[in-house]
Design a protein around this ligand. Structure first.
Ligand code: GLN
Length: 285
């Protein structure tokens, strides 16, 4: 059942990406990337990065390495794995896609694992070249980064114990709800009457749910399925009317149009080849 949910969402993602590209629309601010964003100084910094130290933006220096920032606490998109990890000790859908993008760009991928809320800062300071972390495009985040085309569409989902009376998002009013700090679930639930506890990772929230300390956890659909699968007795409650679709995309430093275009082209190629859907299938639980 959980697998079905995942598959369904993955397919929705594929359709959404196709629709977006057919419509010629870029969810991550297409206008910006064509240079209408008056970011002269940003463009300039891309050109000078490499001459200073050679570190930071491998993409802009033409180096052989490109650095991806992520937060490997978000299975099935990125997680630390001990068995057969794809690279270093990391595995997941985003990692798999990133490695393919690296191949397309002719660069090797280096992974920098860090807290989710440090990711966009790391982009801005040039510590990483791009961020891929199941990151939802939001208006607020678009102020600080440019986003690629959408590669996956998700929704928030409620995780509850089997016997819970919670059947919809409205039922969460007045309930003790766990969210992850700074995630879109946090942003959305902050505007409701739920009593929130904010955790550093989804697994911690689910542990408190299992121990009866909170009534529910609200988190992205695929990680919710993954967390519920690992914890018997937990079920997912979907409320399509309450939670809007969220689009995952890859973030680059604001104004880094060159890398953004390369990433979009690579994503499109992977999409056309059915690779993204295949990774979704591979990592579903
Ligand atoms: N999609 C959610 C967000 O962007 C969660 C992402 C994550 O935890 N990696 O906030």
């Amino acid at each position: 059942m959980k697998g079905n949910l995942f598959t369904k969402l993955a397919l929705v993602a594929i359709c959404a990406v196709m629709a977006l590209s057919l419509a010629g629309c870029n969810s991550g601010g297409g206008e910006d990337s064509t240079g209408t964003n008056a970011g002269g100084e940003v463009v300039e910094s891309i050109g000078t990065d490499g001459s200073e130290s050679g570190e930071g933006s491998a993409a802009s220096t033409g180096g052989g390495e490109i650095i991806m920032g992520t937060n490997a606490e978000f299975a099935p998109f990125e997680f630390v794995a001990t068995e057969n990890p794809l690279i270093d000790n990391f595995d997941g859908i985003d990692i798999a896609i990133a490695l393919e993008i690296g191949k397309e760009l002719g660069k090797s991928i280096k992974i920098e694992n860090m807290p989710f809320d440090s990711l966009l800062v790391a982009l801005e300071t040039g510590k990483v070249d791009f961020v891929m972390a199941g990151m939802t495009v939001t208006e607020e985040r678009k102020q600080n980064a440019d986003f690629s085309n959408t590669y996956y569409v998700a929704k928030q989902v409620i995780i509850v114990p089997e016997a819970s009376e919670v059947k919809s998002a409205a039922d969460l009013n007045g309930k003790a709800v766990g969210v992850v700090l700074g995630y879109t679930g946090d942003m959305i639930m902050s505007e409701t009457e739920a009593v929130l506890t904010r955790y550093n990772k989804g697994a911690d929230a689910v542990m408190d749910l299992v121990n009866g300390k909170i009534d529910a956890v609200v988190i992205d659909s695929a990680p919710a399925a993954s967390l519920a699968a690992k914890n018997p007795g937990l079920v997912l409650v979907e409320d399509a009317a309450a939670f809007e679709n969220e689009e995952y995309a890859i973030a680059v430093k604001k104004g880094n149009t060159e890398l953004l275009n390369e990433i979009n082209a690579a994503l499109q190629k992977l999409q056309d080849a059915g690779a993204i859907e295949a990774f979704g299938q591979k990592y579903q639980e």
